[in-house]
Design a protein around this ligand. Sequence first.
Ligand code: NAD
Length: 490
Amino acid sequence: MSETREADLLSSVPDGLFVGGAWRPASEGKTFGVADPSTGETVKEIADASVADGVAALDAACSAADEWAATPARTRGEILRKAFDLLQERADDVALLMTIEMGKPLAESRGEVTYGGEFLRWFAEEAPRIQGRYGANPEGTGRIVVSQHPVGPCYLITPWNFPLAMATRKIAPALAAGCTVVLKPASLTPLTTLFVAQIFADAGLPDGVLNVVTTTSTGPVSEAILSDPRLRKVSFTGSTPVGQKLLAQAADGVLRTSMELGGNAPFVVFDDADLDKAVDGAIAAKFRNIGQACTAANRFIVHRSVVEEFTRRVTERVESFTTGRGTEDGVTIGPLIDDRAVAKASSLVTDAVERGATLRTGGEALDRPGTYFAATVLDDVQPGSEILREEIFGPVLAIVPFDDEDEAVRLANDTEYGLVSYVYTENLARGQRMIERLATGMMGLNMGVVSNAAAPFGGWKMSGLGREGGAEGIHEYLQTKYTLTPDPFA
Ligand code: NAD
């Protein structure tokens, strides 16, 4: 990848706030730097919004709200479809930008362009399918009309780990439903979002429908927007503690909320599993995005009779990984997002080993520029280890043995989270029992990756509220109205 190509791409990314359809600097003239985690170097300076800028973005979203809500659903869908097409045309640029600011290997960034783009296409198709119903009341004295309406201006907050998909997964259903939005991307990875905002402008989205504020004053800017009575909804993807804070803030305005929060996914391998498939699934579920996914398998719960074979095979695979900058050919593991992420992975591994786990490979930060942590396998992880309770968010595969199905279910459900679970078994009845017994919003049965724009993504328990994608996704941005009319024949 040539340095000139990267420099040209970075200079083509807007560096302002996107408010009311125009790019503008922050009102106080402040900027902040965005770094490449593979080197730690700043690659671009962008606008750092103040509270006043956040409110100006909400002003723009409110001004555009009525007209956008009244825009025919087909037109809204066609704009989303146009944005999908433009994203495909600019796929190489978006992928490279994500790799530069977030660190994932280029092949994975391309995969995210496909996945993230699908939300634009899916909700382009869902927009014209917003439906109500009409029918007689049981007494026959009137008619019940049920209609769906946009909830109104929305505040969307996204994390750094999937800079494109977490944005399109919110923008697309909101716009399809007829809502206008203010989007605040993570300050670690805002460039992809700014690039996507320009795609929407080029797709013909009316001014003010999508507004983007980048800021390092996240708390104050968010508080001002959330406490404004014109706002009607907040949709958040990020950590559970921040989600809890936002839910408390949303209570004052009785805002609609969607919360896609943390996970602690179990990955259960039974003795009747196809081990080739289980090992492939494990590598995908654990190491995609360098382990930094809410859906990443966190606890590998493996039947005692196959645990040694499974461990040997995953260790062999992990030792064949190539670590490096995501733009380099053949790289499978990039850097973690920052120093904090490296320190966390390191402390979880140390705690697990001190409590009796065996380190099969990896286990430490790499001595090179950038924030790299070696891909790691731990087995015989002991109960009480922090790594079984906390989201690892790094390339560490932790294995716990089990003896029977009841124990597997107990271990899998022993978490405050409930986002996704993975199960490998060739026994159909056992697979069906696991569907019924696991407390989880999503499940991969002999599948290591579940995300799909056509499916309802979301969690149980502390993993969140609401669903993104699928037929359910658009309803997060719609509210129901029931009207009683007289019997027209009376
Ligand atoms: P984070 O909670 O630190 O930040 C997420 C976003 O919230 C960022 O934009 C951040 O700037 C913003 N934020 C932080 N404090 C805020 C505040 N007080 N008010 C308003 N906004 C605030 O999470 P992160 O480190 O960016 O992302 C990793 C977390 O996200 C993990 O827990 C992961 O599981 C979760 N995640 C969940 C899903 C899902 O769909 N369930 C998807 C991706 C990531």
